[in-house]
Design a binder for this molecule. Structure first.
Ligand code: ADP
Ligand code: ADP
Ligand code: ZN
Length: 214
């Protein structure tokens, strides 16, 4: 059971690295951000509730995200492991995760803490582009697609997220410091945390992660 948590501020590269881990280790990426955006797009009750928080760069209430993750972890494809990308983000979420993994007889083996200088995060998030089709991640300067505005893998048009604009990014970074950074202390106590320098070449960062996982 390879249960992995990816911890790090918005823009640290959690989604980018999660996709690589998922491909090599054949375990699913569980992104609460992706699942919430899908609920918003589908106009579900949960999506309607979540949207106002997301638009303002705030966190969606704990009980909503905890419910999503609890359901998702019970799916068959999580039997051999899973990558939590963007969850937990608060101490109550981490405590709920401990209870859920215990109940489901699943185990978090490692918490990867992705470390990036704060000043680089704004640049990364302002230039982030996502494929509307396969969700591949790009950056206009740091990781551009071969043809401008088009996904290398599937040719679909690239999109910019609504919340990747300067004011909202600032709010997300403030919330990260206040609500999510305390998780580093929480997990230090478990001995499961590993720091990963997450600046520079994406492939080299991944090589370090893969080494830890192996
Ligand atoms: P980022 O790429 O900035 O890390 P995500 O895609 O993970 O962002 O999340 C986008 C938004 O979805 C967050 O700003 C927040 O409003 C909401 N969200 C995602 N995961 C959680 C969570 N675990 N708890 C509360 N809100 C969440
Ligand atoms: P998160 O999921 O933590 O919010 P993403 O994986 O979405 O982060 O990455 C944020 C942006 O930064 C994306 O545009 C991505 O292409 C870019 N990025 C990811 N890793 C790096 C890196 N090592 N160097 C420069 N840019 C990166
Ligand atoms: Zn694509």
């Amino acid at each position: 059971m390879l249960g992995i948590i990816l911890l790090g501020p918005p823009g640290a590269g959690k989604g980018t690295q999660a996709k690589k881990i998922s491909d090599e280790f054949a375990i699913p990426q569980i992104s609460t951000g992706d699942m919430l955006r899908e609920a918003v797009n589908n106009g579900t009750e949960m999506g309607k509730k979540a949207k106002s928080f997301m638009d303002q760069g705030g966190l969606v209430p704990d009980e909503v995200v905890i419910g999503i993750v609890k359901d998702r972890l019970q799916a068959k494809d999580c039997d051999k492991g899973f990558i939590l990308d963007g969850f937990p983000r608060t101490i109550p979420q981490a405590q709920a995760l401990d209870r859920v993994t215990n109940d489901l007889k699943k185990e978090i083996r490692v918490v990867l803490s992705l470390e990036v200088d704060e000043k680089e995060l704004m640049e990364r998030l302002c230039g982030r582009r996502t494929c509307a089709g396969c969700k591949a991640m790009y950056h206009v300067t740091f990781n551009p697609p071969k043809a401008e505005g088009k996904c290398d893998k599937c040719g679909t048009a690239l999109m910019q997220r609504d919340d990747d604009k300067e004011e909202t990014i600032k709010a997300r970074l403030v919330n990260y410091k206040k609500m999510t950074e305390p998780l580093l202390q929480y997990y230090k106590g478990t001995g499961k945390i590993r720091s990963v320098m997450a600046t520079g070449d994406i492939g080299r960062i991944y090589a370090n992660i893969a080494n830890i996982l192996r």
